[in-house]
Design a protein around this ligand. Structure first.
Ligand code: NAP
Length: 315
């Protein structure tokens, strides 16, 4: 079965991952693109989704790769046209918009698939397996990267609804919410917001266990990292097991011993899963990582820091 798909928002992630993975997957055929600036060589491209809908090209599904701020509006338009919808992370800027999108997809009887690419990793699955039935009492999430390297020129990340460093941080939380055997909640947080941004560039979160038992659990996200880029999650259990997921969830060490180094095939697995959901006519709309970030925003002590400059001027 082949699903005719269009990609909406042709920017970095669409070009790096969605288009190549669609091309590799026999269940999908790319039939159109939607972007105000970009054009694709082999398929018709439209400036807006409304133009694509008007074109009457037969479409089964769309992949929404725009920034989250516009996603509800675009998703509604797509669902209204009868398309199934895959969305990038973070799904929406608020829980309210996510709930509205889920309800609208149900009403229209279309598949809605909210993706969390960092969850698609064999080392993440192995960690989840090892933690099953365990009492986790220690967690250190360290997600520190250079925003200039990974988001060059993406002004939307500093606008309201652009998430700031919560944009990569939600990848870590998507892993955490997948692997932990019991729920944890935000206890407190501190966000550092550059004077010229509406979103944080640095975040520190302290978590508590859902059952109230003592635990030492924190997350630190920072976009001012130079040199080594760090995407680590360290965990410990009450019975003395120490686990470390590093390199964004691909490498797993247990008690210092390398257990698994998984290949990067997150988006290949996302499209495999999307085909399965489409065939089964089932949605997947877990938004627990977004809930955790909204809670961290809600409980945050905000601190204004020096303005961020994309380019340092040399005098
Ligand atoms: P990007 O390079 O800025 O691309 C987003 C595209 O969406 C733009 O090229 C733009 O194309 C279109 N767009 C539509 N409405 C827009 C608006 N109001 N403001 C800005 N752009 C708009 O961003 P990206 O890095 O691909 O990220 C897109 C989504 O993917 C985000 O949710 C991000 O978290 C997620 N993601 C990104 C990465 C990554 O490595 N960058 C990895 C995983 C997930 P036109 O202007 O031509 O319409």
């Amino acid at each position: 079965m082949t699903f005719r798909i269009a990609v909406v928002g042709i920017g970095k992630i669409a070009l790096d991952q969605h288009l190549p993975c669609i091309a590799k997957n026999k269940n999908f055929k790319l039939v159109a693109g939607v972007s105000r600036h970009a054009k694709l060589d082999d398929v018709p491209c439209f400036e807006t989704l409304a133009d694509l809908i008007k074109s009457k090209i037969k479409i089964d599904a769309v992949a929404l790769c725009t920034p989250p701020s516009v996603r509800l509006q675009v998703a509604r338009e797509a669902l209204d046209a009868g398309y199934h919808v895959l969305i990038e992370k973070p799904p929406t800027p608020t829980i309210g918009e996510m709930v509205a999108m889920i309800d609208f997809a149900k009403k229209k009887k279309r598949v809605l698939y909210a993706t969390w690419h960092s969850r698609y990793n064999k080392s993440v699955d192995e960690t989840k397996k090892r933690l099953k039935g365990k009492h986790v009492n220690f967690m250190r999430v360290t997600w520190k990267e250079d925003v200039k390297k990974w988001h060059p020129g993406q002004e939307w990340i500093a606008q309201p609804g652009g998430f700031g460093v919560f944009d990569p941080g939600i990848n870590a939380l998507s892993i955490v919410t997948k692997i932990l055997p019991e729920p944890i909640y935000v206890e407190s947080s501190r966000i550092e917001v550059p004077e010229n941004w509406a979103t944080p560039i640095g975040v520190d979160i302290t978590f508590k266990r859902g059952d109230g038992k003592p635990a030492d659990m924190t997350a630190a996200f920072d976009w001012r990292q130079s040199g080594e880029q760090i995407w680590d999650i360290e965990l410990a259990t009450a019975d003395g097991i120490k686990l470390k997921l590093s390199k964004g969830g691909t490498v797993l060490h247990i008690n210092g011993k390398l257990i698994m180094e998984a290949p990067m095939e997150e988006y290949e697995m996302i499209y495999k899963k999307f085909a399965k959901l489409l065939k089964a006519k089932k949605s997947e709309t877990d938004y627990s990582p977004l809930q955790m970030e909204c809670d961290a925003f809600m409980l945050a002590k905000p601190v204004v820091v020096a303005p961020f400059k994309w380019i340092e001027l040399i005098h």
